[in-house]
Design a protein around this ligand. Structure first.
Ligand code: PMP
Length: 358
């Protein structure tokens, strides 16, 4: 067979993959990073000391514990569930992928309120799964009637509800959650990535509602570097989803360090309180700037509309060394920023930059 030697090997890639972009993070360095929903704080000194010691004992020449027993036990204890009800992922992103793989054949559907975390749709797309999107109402609450209608039409095998939602900061109301769980033909994933900054959690809801999966991560709590997410669900479901998990997906360093982090979780609570306090201060400050309209948030960021030339405002912030997330080009959020809550000094620098533009 003749081969066309000028054909790029990229031509062998599936159309669906060729059509999308890789997850993008701004590469240029700034002093104040408020665009990634990370914690501004390193671990408290006592915990940091213990973490450094633990690293000395990691057996680098050995594969990790395939089932990460110690870490799952520590998470189970913290969450008040059984370790058989826990599955770990290299970030919760990986678990989102496992859940879609394990549940849906190509051509199946997921459903998400929108705007929401972009990876649900991205992963579904890569796996030849379709996404039904139901726009959130103007106060960022779930449009229950439209959602129930789409559930009837598309019969989604997985429904993703981020609560608090990224990028709106709003929680799904108990009535919306109940209505969706009761009409879902498949799984309902309650993604609590930001729950450490919220007033409440749904808790081990899967015990009462076996089609519910709870998703959590250490990334927003100050340990984004470890890449550790976990899901909690019915143990038989965990067993099945576990079949899609790649061997040794949680490396030995993360297993050892995260076990200590989870066991010392109470030491992190003052940092979460500090971030929540700063969030309320930031909200008041943003509300006092005539061209910013902030929305109430239960997460470690605030979504705000910019009623001024958004490109100029974004550029001026960058010149002042501050980077926020701008949803450039988005139909609904093109003039919005998502601002991560930083340290008090970082937040002041951001607010003062904005004030200098009034
Ligand atoms: N869920 C939501 C709602 C998120 O915003 C994020 C991070 N942006 C994730 C999950 C993924 O978190 P990770 O993979 O770092 O655990």
């Amino acid at each position: 067979m003749d081969r066309n030697v000028t054909t790029s090997p990229a031509a062998f890639i599936r159309r669906r993959i060729a059509d999308v972009s890789a997850y993008h993070v701004e590469p240029y360095p700034v002093e104040v990073i408020l665009d990634a929903n990370e914690s501004p704080y390193p671990p408290p000194p006592a915990l940091a000391g213990r973490l450094r010691k633990i690293m000395d004992d990691v057996a680098f020449n050995r594969y990790p514990d395939m089932n990460a027993r110690a870490l799952r036990r520590a998470i189970a204890k913290m969450e008040g569930v059984d370790e058989a009800e826990i599955l770990l992922g290299n970030g919760s992103d990986e678990i989102i992928s496992y859940l879609i793989q394990a549940t849906l054949d190509p051509g199946g559907w997921i459903l998400t309120p929108t705007p929401t975390f972009s990876m649900y749709k991205h992963i579904a797309h890569c796996l030849n799964v379709e996404t039904a999107e139901v726009p959130l109402l103007d106060d960022w609450s779930v449009d229950i009637a439209k959602t129930l209608n789409e559930i009837k039409n598309k019969k989604p095998g997985v429904i993703f509800l981020a609560s608090p939602n990224n990028p709106t900061g709003a929680c799904v109301s108990p009535s919306a959650l109940t209505a969706i769980i009761e009409s879902a033909p498949g799984l309902v994933i309650v993604d609590e990535a930001y729950v450490d900054f919220a007033d409440s959690s749904v808790g081990p809801l899967f015990r009462k509602r076996p089609n519910v999966v709870i998703l959590k991560t250490l990334s927003k709590a100050g340990f984004a570097a470890l890449r550790l997410g976990y899901m909690m669900a019915d143990r038989q479901l965990v067993n099945e989803v576990n079949k899609t998990r790649l061997p040794y997906n949680i490396n030995s360093l993360t297993q050892a360090l995260a076990t200590e982090v989870v066991s010392g979780w109470s030491e992190l609570l003052p940092l979460f309180s500090e971030i929540k306090k700063e969030r309320e201060r930031m909200f008041a400050n943003l509300a006092s700037i005539p061209f910013m309209k902030p929305y109430p948030s239960q997460a470690n960021f605030i979504l705000a509309q910019v009623n001024k030339d958004v490109e100029t405002v974004f550029g001026s912030l960058l010149k002042n060394g501050v980077r926020v997330r701008w949803f450039k080009g988005s139909a609904r959020l093109g003039d919005f920023f998502r601002i991560t809550i930083g340290s008090p000094a970082e937040n002041d620098r951001f607010i003062n930059s904005l004030k200098s533009m009034t």
